[in-house]
Write a protein that binds this ligand. Structure first.
Ligand SMILES: Nc1ncnc2c1ncn2[C@@H]1O[C@H](COP(=O)(O)OP(=O)(O)OP(=O)(O)O)[C@@H](O)[C@H]1O
Ligand SMILES: [Mg+2]
Length: 584
């Protein structure tokens, strides 16, 4: 007897006669052939999570196993495309059916009709191992897609380089077990299993974002893990977009997870217009979008981050640096909570399942910098937005995420209200990669940028103290040194940390300019503090024109006019030298 539907509870279907089903298996549910995944088998019953709207299903309809776990198809056609949480091509489905995605459209994923120009990289008689590259395809203007073997053995047949479609067999391999395997233009991979690597490597490179508060104050390493928690409207999505636009990763995977549909529409309208500052080509050439907005089925939202990270690992295996953004992991956790509730599991904190923390850490553990099976090096950087209601960071999703990540970028409502963007609170945020990046900077620039960063961070901490004194006793009671701290900290905040996403010069700032800016502020700090220590009154050290020039340098000195920093530094020197001539 075949498995049939016993009960339907939202995205959860219980099957009976189901002893033949296996856990994790992908199944087709009911007459509508909805896509589902077996999440538990208990004797004769099986529980199935369905990735589509179940309202058209009825009891006693048949369930058919596909014989394989929930998997994604990996091959050319991923880039420049947009998929739903289980890799169905959203743009194509919407073009054919309108904005409302019908149920039961099946397992469609990559385009099988499209022809690709394939360059074969192997010959008959070669031995091939798992992960070895057997052919390449220029998938977009900037990215070469590398087809990697899923088997090991000896190559017995090879097609010539030329034009092929997804299902064409281009290489045949006789495996060590004596079986013949056909290699096509794609492979499948089960989304819940991390793809294997040869070796885990230390994280030693900066993921350059062109955002000063990140690159200098809270650096992200290639292969690192980042959380962006922030209350409503504090700029999480904007910051994720900045990563997607400017990070010097080869491949960007952007998952819109449970957010409002219009946010995703915005991405769709915005991204194709954007230019990659590193290649000069359109940003979409290196980008894959995955969208599971709040109006789409909740189980597919749960799957979307696994689909995304599996695609990320696939490109990593080709030898690329991949950065994945998930906006928002809180909506993903809510999907987990809803399904868990339907399964009648015992809830833990705030109704989330007890395994929330372990699921989050399993996700972030798939980040890293690796030597791949084929000997190439690649990385996956994971950047998740978290949306705690009321901006309360002690709620379970934020707390559990904090335990799994190395960079915590706490967005602050007060900063956002005062239009200090990105609204990253420098007192609550941290990066565990500061030391890693210290040697990176030393090698790259010959300067200890992190020492300057630490010094200026210390000024910000002092500012906090001075401000509490100010509240108690008023400005007149402050010492000259304390007043100077307020000025320097304002230079750091406004002149450096604040960055205008809507200004052409300021939206992306190369490292060498960031370092020049940092040094100007450090110089001002040193000279002014030294003068005050030598008895020069604050009224003399303070020079509003100089302060204004430093605050405005982000706009007035264009990214390719760095020699203008000499003029600014000379102005600074001569102001303080003038004081020295007159006073000390
Ligand atoms: N870097 C920035 N520069 C200028 N304005 C910004 C910046 N970041 C955010 N904003 C402003 O804040 C608004 C809200 O930002 P955003 O949508 O990114 O917040 P969010 O935290 O994702 O909100 P939600 O909680 O609704 O998802 C933006 O529309 C924009 O006006
Ligand atoms: Mg948002």
């Amino acid at each position: 007897m075949n498995p049939i539907i016993k009960t339907i509870n939202g995205p959860v279907v219980v099957a009976k006669n189901a002893s033949s089903l296996k856990i994790r298996e992908m199944v087709s549910v009911g007459k509508l052939k909805l896509i589902g995944e077996v999440i538990s088998v208990d004797g004769d019953n099986a529980t199935i999570q369905v990735y589509e709207d179940t309202s058209g299903l009825a009891a006693n309809e048949e369930i058919v196993s596909t014989g394989r776990p929930l998997s994604v198809r990996l091959g050319p056609g991923l880039l420049k495309n947009m998929f739903d949480g289980i890799e169905r091509p959203l743009q194509k489905i919407m073009d054919e059916n309108g904005a409302f995605i019908p149920s039961g459209i099946g397992f469609e994923n990559l385009d099988e009709e499209k022809s690709w120009e394939v360059e074969i990289k192997v010959s008959v008689g070669d031995t091939i191992n798992v992960g070895d590259i057997y052919a390449t395809i220029m998938e977009t203007k900037t990215i070469e897609h590398r087809l990697m073997s899923t088997v090991e053995g000896e190559i017995t047949d090879v097609k010539p380089s030329g034009t092929y479609k997804l299902e064409d067999t281009i290489v045949k391999v006789k495996t060590n077990k004596g079986e013949e395997e056909e290699l096509k233009l794609y492979q499948y991979w089960p989304v819940r299993n991390p793809r294997p690597v040869k070796k885990v490597r230390p994280l030693e490179l900066l993921l350059n974002t062109g955002q000063r508060v990140l690159d200098v104050f809270f650096p992200v390493a290639k292969g690192g893990t980042v959380a962006i928690p922030g209350g409503f409207g504090t700029g999480k999505t904007m910051l994720q977009h900045q990563f997607a636009q400017y990070a010097d990763a080869d491949i960007i995977i952007y998952i819109g997870c449970g957010e409002r549909g219009n946010e995703m529409t915005q991405v769709l309208e915005e991204f194709p217009e954007l230019i990659d500052p590193n290649t000069g080509y359109g940003l979409m050439e290196r980008t894959i979008l995955i969208a599971n907005t709040s109006n789409m089925p909740v189980a597919a939202r749960e799957a979307s981050i696994y689909t995304g990270i599996t695609i990320a690992e696939y490109f990593r295996d080709m030898g690329y640096h991949v950065a994945l953004m998930a906006d928002s992991t809180s909506r993903w956790a809510e999907a987990l909570r809803e399904i868990s509730g339907r399964l009648e599991e015992i809830p833990a904190e705030e109704g989330y399942p007890a395994y929330l923390g372990s699921r989050l850490s399993q996700f972030y553990e798939r980040a890293g910098y690796f030597t791949n099976l084929n000997g190439s090096e690649g990385s996956v950087t994971l950047i998740g937005a978290v949306s705690p209601s009321g901006g309360d960071f002690s709620e379970p999703v934020t707390e559990n995420t904090r335990r799994s990540v190395n960079v915590f970028l706490g967005l602050d409502r007060k900063l956002a209200y005062s239009r200090h963007y990105p609204a990253i609170n420098w007192l609550t945020s941290y990066s565990n990669y500061v030391d890693t990046i210290r040697s990176y900077y030393q090698e790259k620039t010959g300067e200890d940028i992190i020492a300057v960063r630490n010094e200026l961070m210390n000024v910000l901490l002092q500012e906090d103290e001075v401000r509490s004194i100010l509240m108690l006793v008023g400005k007149d009671a402050l010492s000259d040194a304390q007043r100077n701290i307020l000025d320097v900290s304002e230079l750091i905040r406004v002149g450096f940390l604040q960055q205008n996403a809507y200004n052409d010069t300021d939206k992306y700032v190369p490292l060498d300019k960031q370092i020049e800016m940092l040094n100007v502020i450090r110089n001002y700090y040193h000279k002014s503090a030294e003068a005050i220590e030598n008895g020069v009154p604050y009224s003399k050290t303070y020079n509003s024109e100089l302060i204004n020039d430093i605050t405005q340098m982000k706009y007035t000195i264009k990214n390719d006019e760095l020699d203008k920093f000499t003029v600014l530094n000379n102005k600074l020197e001569s102001h303080f030298l003038g004081l020295r001539g007159g006073e000390y």
